[in-house]
Design a protein around this ligand. Sequence first.
Ligand code: URA
Length: 240
Amino acid sequence: MEREKIRLQKYLADYGVASRRAAEKLIAAGRVMVNGQIVDAMGVKIDPQQDRIVVDGQLISCRPRLRYLLMFKPAGYICSAHDERRRRTVLDLLSGVSERVYPVGRLDYNTSGLLLLTNDGELTNKLIHPSHQVEKTYLAEVTGIPTSHDLRRLREGIMLDDGMTAPAKVRLCSTRADSAVVELQIHEGRNRQVRRMMEAIGHPVKHLRRTAVAFLTLKGLQAGQWRELTAEEVARLLQL
Ligand code: URA
């Protein structure tokens, strides 16, 4: 079977050398060599498994391809590579991904929803660094029905054992006889934060789902499924 060849500029973008446009400029400037030959024409295709790609004297082809995955994590999966208790991990859901991707931040074992996975350390740092913390949206089904006073406490920031939370955006979505669904938007990423916030107002979480991270949503995915981010989505995340 013939191996898949890809355009040189796409290869350079996929492997994190430069954006597609900037890669075209590198090629046109004669800064890219394929198997020892300068390639300055557009449209040349290469075999990522076999060809030796060098940019400005640096070998690129030994780098792993950068991957950006958006997963709908089901409850009952852990967000780390190994678990001493041998529980299932989110990596078990990634068939066909040979690169060593890891989750960007964590969702609890029992939390479902949107999880990003990547092997791009720069993007990970950007997304989890406290100074850039992006907005995350959660739907929490809670015990009992929070009053408007309870919701105001969440909006104003609430004292947890590791300090005050930043103000959250909060909306009561629906109520039943003895439970309610609350939507929360927060930009911090403390351990079990939403569960602890709801416990603090006396309405513990029964089910928790993360429905969005910044502009990304779960649209089109079922629990357990994942998709690759588009180049535009990656570029937008890097600009946040
Ligand atoms: N807050 C929580 O309590 N749990 C999560 O998994 C994510 C946010």
